[in-house]
Write a protein that binds this ligand. Structure first.
Ligand code: HEM
Length: 445
């Protein structure tokens, strides 16, 4: 089951679970870390139902993985468990050349000048959310951030701003996300690969509700080209170089991918960001000053450092199509490579005192492409990275201009253990919120 010449820690042979469960469930995360520390940066993990799996935790090897040709290391197969949620038509689980064809169409609405248009939407959504936050009693920033980032992504994707409509459209996606981050997803993937999959009624029901909404909206936009807004309209009108458009099913799958991939990760980062800032008052004051001045350099450094220490999606995967030489190791065809992004991000050679929160590491310098990989890398590097940075800066500045946050606990949050693919703060980042009566009016950039 395991590739030759790779060290495999004993405790794993007893583990049953999925890809994510192996790394982060059933207490697996500390085991993986210990194994990597003890046995080296490439460790075989026998995970029942997943075929050969190797964990990789080294920047030089991450570079080899991200630079490999896409027909040598398969990106879609590598993130295979996601297909159950995003749909098999999602660009996320497609291989080349289809993946690239679709990715090209999704790139313009998530980059460049398109981002400027989202800033007022994000500011307004943040102000509306703050108006509902309880004052003086502890609140969990993680859930508040999830609600907020769902509102934002729904408005951006569907081009709607009526609160009732945003809620109606967001509700089934929220339910789908709950399924996506449940421990069931990887286990069901393993069962399906073993030919023992049974129907998943809850998933089918939520998909039917999404179909009704999304196919209805696509039909409306197709009937009136140029009408309506949001990424949905852009996708309905989009054409590749050869003049081909996207099918309804492809648009549906890519919308689900963007909504789900774009909202939970950003919300979780916001919760970690606020936790780290509230426990590092000098950094908080510098970000507050930028919120007033409109500068962003230090705030972006803080976000980069947060993503280094607490990457919300701590692993990603690739699958070997044929034999693959990774450093000194030969991987057999069909081996699943799991990159431990959070271990690579803490490489002590690149980051002295790697566990310490020091945003200054990123002031005036770009993050290392292979030793800072919270967004993955290569042809599948997160397509929403610029959008996420724009959203995080805007939300944080909007909050700090008009509100005050205090930590409930004097201690920093720890990551929640258990079978979840997302690295979330165990107590949800509990804070006291109050409106800042001395605040100046919000200035839009
Ligand atoms: C802080 C926030 C985010 C983090 C940490 C994050 C992280 C990641 C990671 C690790 C990957 C896998 C990359 C790889 O395998 O090399 C990924 C892929 C992806 N992300 Fe994000 N993401 C974030 C926000 C977003 C947002 C806001 C969107 C969309 C609006 C988005 C959409 C996607 C998509 C579509 C992919 C698949 C790309 C492809 O297959 O080509 N993400 N993200």
């Amino acid at each position: 089951m395991r590739p030759p010449a790779l060290p495999a820690p004993k405790p794993f042979s007893a583990l049953f679970g999925g890809l994510y469960a192996a790394a982060y469930g059933l207490g697996g995360q500390p085991l993986v870390y210990r194994a990597v520390e003890r046995l080296g940066p490439v460790v075989a993990l026998p995970v029942l139902g997943f075929g050969p799996v190797v964990a990789v935790a080294d920047a030089a090897l991450a570079k080899e993985v991200f630079s490999a040709k896409p027909d040598v290391l398969l990106g879609g197969e590598g993130v295979g468990p996601a297909a159950a949620i995003y749909g098999s038509a999602s660009m996320f689980v497609q291989e080349e050349p289809e993946h690239l064809r679709r990715r090209r169409l999704l790139t313009p609405p998530l980059h460049g000048t398109a981002l400027d248009g989202y800033v007022p939407v994000i500011e307004a959504a943040t102000q509306a959310a703050m108006a509902t936050w309880p004052v003086g009693t502890p609140m969990r920033m993680l859930e508040a951030a999830r609600d907020l980032t769902l509102d934002v992504i729904i408005q951006v994707m569907f081009g709607v701003d009526d609160p009732a409509e945003v809620e109606r459209l967001g509700e089934p996606f929220d339910e789908l996300l709950t399924l996506a981050i449940s421990a069931q997803t990887p286990v069901r993937y393993a069962l399906r690969r073993a030919g023992a999959l049974r129907a998943w009624g809850r998933l089918a029901a939520v998909n039917r509700r999404i179909d009704e909404i999304v196919f209805g909206l696509i039909a409306e936009r197709r009937a009136a080209p140029g009408a309506g807004g949001g990424v949905l309209s852009m996708l309905a009108d989009a054409r590749t170089d050869d003049g081909e458009g996207l099918s309804d099913n492809e648009i549906r799958a890519d919308l689900i991918t963007l909504v789900l991939a774009g909202h939970e990760t950003t919300a979780t980062t916001l919760a970690w960001l606020i936790d780290l800032l509230l426990h590092h008052p000098p950094a908080l004051e510098l970000v507050r000053a930028e919120a007033r001045s409109g500068a962003t350099a230090y705030t972006e450094a803080v976000i980069n450092e947060t993503l280094r220490l607490r990457p919300p999606a701590p692993i990603t995967g690739r699958m070997t199509a044929g034999r693959f030489q990774l450093g000194d190791y030969t991987l057999e065809p069909g081996t699943r490579i799991v990159l431990l992004l959070d271990v690579v991000n803490r490489d002590p050679h690149t980051y002295p005192d790697p566990d310490e929160f020091r945003p200054e590491r990123f002031v005036g310098t770009r993050p290392h492409p292979y030793a800072w990989i919270p967004f993955g890398g290569g042809v599948k590097r997160c397509i929403g990275a610029s959008f996420a940075m724009c959203e995080l800066v805007t939300v944080l500045h909007t909050i700090l201009r008009a509100g005050r946050l205090e930590p409930v606990s004097p201690r920093l949050e720890c990551p929640q253990s258990g079978a979840t693919p997302v690295l979330v703060p165990r107590n949800g980042t509990r804070v006291y919120f109050s409106h800042d009566t001395r605040s100046q009016p919000v200035v839009c950039r």
